[in-house]
Design a protein around this ligand. Structure first.
Ligand code: KG4
Ligand code: ZN
Length: 346
């Protein structure tokens, strides 16, 4: 039984998860209201909110589960990558709890939390699998070979796909948080009306690029003097379709370069998008691969995925000591080469 703490961005989250995949209790507190006036996540506000909320949330989770801190087997906390103030709040909380309870600390890589979350949702998912990890800060294809063994097959050379969703939503006046708002707007739109670019589609190199697509949305929006609701819906649909086409094309290429993958798996916040899930399910079916996507709540940031990554690491005998550092950057595959322009994302 592992207590998991997540605080790397704007979700404060705590969960208590058992090795048999039972989520005994969990809390997820979004900070949307605090960041909305600024149209994006303000790191300082996020860190303060985590500091205010985390301890009472831990108390509530233990109480709901009817479990004493001394009964947990380990405490797992996100140690990066992410907004460093928030990461420090969560990691120090996890260290204090581990120290007080005399239990091991597991300093979890947030990306490992996303990468292993499909195995919390689906007990039958075995290694190795091909993972498309799509979130606000990352867009990667990974060969997941085992716990702690990740081979990066592709990454973005500029924006992450979630970032492109968020920025495009902002350009279109769709509000914050942008990804879900853009998906909602796109439902009423005609994706064929605006001709938008699909960067790197069909390219020999394995990587992703979304900056040009985002800029094209900006230009198309600027060309409309007084856009109607339908104009905005059409642009949103056009963006979503172009982004989906890019994700599918790059993933199709990765299926060929990672033939040992036994399933196609998607995780991370953008995996909550129904259009993207549907297109990836079709791709998997066309390649005779099972498709695994965690339920939507498990795609966006949460404590259960951190607790689960902690359980997987605990089972492998891989725990940390109390000096584990908070890391603003922390690649899952340390051997992967930096790609052009991706210094801040990879
Ligand atoms: O994994 P996550 O919760 O946090 C990070 O680790 O970044 O992912 C957040 C990202 C944001 O960019 C958000 O706009 C995007 O996931 N997202 C979506 C949807 N829900 C969340 N993007 C597209 N469609 C959605 N339904
Ligand atoms: Zn995340």
């Amino acid at each position: 039984m592992v207590l998991g703490i997540e605080s790397s961005c704007d979700e404060t989250a705590v969960a208590l998860v058992r090795g048999d995949r039972t989520i005994l209790a969990q809390r997820i507190a979004s900070q949307d209201e605090a960041h909305r006036p600024f149209g994006g996540v303000v790191p300082e506000l996020a860190a303060r909110a985590h500091a205010d909320r985390l301890a009472p949330m831990v108390e509530a989770v233990l109480q709901e589960a009817g479990v004493a801190l001394s009964d947990v087997d380990a405490v797992a906390g996100t140690a990066g990558p992410g907004l460093i103030g928030g990461v420090m709040v969560g990691l120090v909380t996890a260290k204090a709890l581990a120290f007080a309870a005399g239990k091991p600390l597991i300093a979890v890589n947030h990306l490992e939390g996303h990468a292993l979350s499909p195995r919390l949702a689906d007990a039958s998912l075995q290694f190795p699998y091909l993972l498309l990890l799509v979130s606000g800060g990352h867009c990667q294809l990974l060969g997941v070979e085992g716990v702690g063994r990740y081979r990066r097959l592709a990454t973005t050379i500029d924006d992450a796909v979630g970032e492109a969703f968020d920025k495009s939503a902002k350009l279109l006046g769709l509000g914050f948080p942008g990804g879900p708002a853009l998906e909602r707007a796109a439902k009423a739109g005609n994706s064929a009306r605006f001709v938008l670019p699909r960067p790197l589609l069909g390219s020999d190199e394995p990587h992703f690029s979304f900056a040009g697509l985002k800029s094209a949305v900006l230009r198309a929006r600027a060309a409309l003097a007084e856009p109607t609701e339908q104009d905005i819906a059409d642009l949103a649909a056009g963006f979503q379709q172009a982004a989906t086409d890019c994700l599918v094309d790059r993933t199709a290429r990765a299926i060929d370069t990672f033939p040992e993958g036994t399933a196609l798996v998607v995780a991370g916040g953008v995996a909550a998008n129904q259009a993207i899930r549907g297109a990836l399910a079709d791709l998997a079916a066309a390649n005779g691969l099972p498709f695994v996507a965690p339920p939507q709540w498990l795609c966006t940031d949460n404590g259960a995925m951190i607790a689960w990554a902690g359980l997987e690491r605990f089972a492998a005998g891989d725990v940390d000591d109390l000096s584990a550092p908070a890391r603003p950057r922390w690649p899952l595959d340390p051997a992967a080469e930096a790609v052009r322009g991706a210094g801040v994302k990879a």
